[in-house]
Design a protein around this ligand. Structure first.
Ligand SMILES: C[S@@+](CC[C@H](N)C(=O)[O-])C[C@H]1O[C@@H](n2cnc3c(N)ncnc32)[C@H](O)[C@@H]1O
Length: 237
């Protein structure tokens, strides 16, 4: 049994084994994207799921989804992904009695590396919910697109190269959960989903395999709890 309102410095494939089945209301994940098939590293340790995650053609192992489905009360999941991953994720959920949406984050100042391509200004967020799962939120939070500049300030502040906009993550949380619900992010990076859950009065569990990012997320969470008056500086020493 895992304590809620915690981030764990673990490989999520190990951590998820410790989580009760049917205990999670909402999953938000932003797994490693696969951007260039030629740059995939070969695994050095065949027992390590973390290596497996980068060794698969989809950028992360769809086995994670099999486990997440067991952990959710009903399928209710947002998955950040690259264009390459859209097809396999739609296929994966096609026989699971789900509705889906393709949401997007459009960056207003993408890098000007165009060559023979369109601008790299769009990230995809696939949302799957089992039939019967409610969508809350309002006119503003239910827009399918989110426009912003790239996250330079947060990137510098929290030192994570792929940090996502907190406001966008909070929209998913508002739209797809209620106060007190349990939100899970098993690739939590600098902890954006967990901070969003705290801001929206939800419970959370996070896994992050990288010690440095885990420490960054932990500190970020503590700062938010202090700001909210739910912790004092003394509690963190
Ligand atoms: C795309 S980043 C997430 C960024 C996050 N959404 C944010 O806003 O900061 C993916 C994260 O997953 C972590 N990760 C990769 N494999 C993992 C695994 N097997 N278990 C837990 N975390 C993992 C990486 O270290 C990385 O920080």
């Amino acid at each position: 049994m895992l304590k809620t309102n915690e981030i764990y410095n673990m490989d999520c494939m190990e951590g998820l084994k410790l989580l009760d089945n049917k205990s999670v209301d909402l999953v938000i994940i932003d797994p490693p994207y696969l951007l260039n098939l030629n740059k995939v590293r070969k695994p050095t340790n065949m027992n390590s799921y973390a290596n497996d995650l980068i060794n698969l053609k989809d950028g992360f192992d769809l086995k994670v989804l099999d486990i997440l489905i067991q952990k959710m009360k009903k399928i209710n999941i947002y998955i950040y992904c690259s264009k390459r991953q859209v097809k396999s994720l739609l296929n994966y959920f096609s026989d699971k009695n789900c509705n889906h949406e393709i949401l997007t984050w459009h960056k207003l100042n993408p890098s000007p590396l165009i060559n023979n391509n369109y601008l790299p200004d769009t990230e995809y967020i696939l949302f799957f919910r089992e039939r019967g799962v409610r969508l809350y939120g309002n006119y503003h939070t239910k827009r399918k697109y989110y426009l912003s500049l790239t996250n330079k300030i947060d990137k510098q502040k929290y030192k994570h190269p792929t940090i996502k906009p907190l406001e966008l993550i909070e929209r998913h949380i508002i739209n797809s959960s209620m106060e007190g619900d349990l939100v899970l992010d098993c690739f939590c990076g600098s902890g954006t989903t967990l901070v969003g859950a705290i801001n929206q009065n939800r419970r959370y569990i996070g896994f992050e395999i990288n010690k440095e990012y885990y420490e960054i997320a932990k500190k970020r969470i503590e700062e938010v709890l202090i700001k909210k008056g739910e912790k004092t500086e003394k509690d963190t020493i």
